[in-house]
Design a protein around this ligand. Structure first.
Ligand code: IMP
Ligand code: MG
Length: 170
């Protein structure tokens, strides 16, 4: 499939360093960083190395039924956290916020678990199809179109690419 480079690995690296600095400045020690699998695995790995305060790391995995390029709105947990979130300051790390359905589900889940606070860091904020009002505390880039690379997939392809591309005709 045809693809066009839209965010280079060096632009990503620069932005990740800025996000890490901002998060370090505004957060308390023992931040619980929760990456959302699989899409945010690369971003989370880079982001934790840009954060200079002590933290703990965990992952959560959710699945959404439906087509590859659009979430169906039906979310289910497919891999739970190991850490207890009760009373913790949680930094949720997402790849893309599109309609907002996945993020709302995750926020509800973390709050139901008694998280003391939840802040959100998203690599990409897409606004055109947003259906839920959500606050993204730390945003990497604002961008539309269907994106792959740097952990982002289309039908499980392209996750390993170091740069971010827009897929044409996805
Ligand atoms: P939402 O629930 O509609 O906000 O969708 C968010 C999820 O859809 C993300 O966590 C991604 O897994 C997936 N997604 C949305 N847009 C893209 C994209 O452009 N590339 C790859 N995955 C995407
Ligand atoms: Mg996905």
């Amino acid at each position: 499939m045809e693809k066009e480079l839209v965010i280079s690995s060096s632009e990503i690296a620069r932005r990740v360093r800025e996000l890490g600095r901002e998060i370090s400045k505004r957060s308390r020690d023992r931040l619980l960083v929760v990456g959302v699998l699989k899409g945010a695995f690369v971003f989370t790995a880079d982001l934790v190395r840009a954060i200079s305060i002590p933290l703990e790391l965990d992952f959560i995995r959710v699945a959404s039924y439906g087509a590859d390029s659009c979430s169906s709105g039906e979310i289910r947990l497919s891999g739970d956290l190991q850490a207890a979130v009760a009373g913790r300051d949680v930094l949720l790390v997402e790849d893309i916020v599109d309609t907002g359905t996945t993020l709302v589900w995750l926020l509800d889940y973390l709050r139901a678990g008694g998280a003391g606070s939840v802040t959100v860091c998203a690599l990409i904020d897409k606004r055109q199809r947003r259906r839920e009002e959500v606050i993204i505390d730390y945003c990497g880039f604002r961008r539309e179109g269907f994106l792959v690379g740097y952990g982002l997939d289309y039908g499980e392809r392209y996750r390993e690419l170091p740069d971010i591309y827009e897929l044409k005709s996805a």
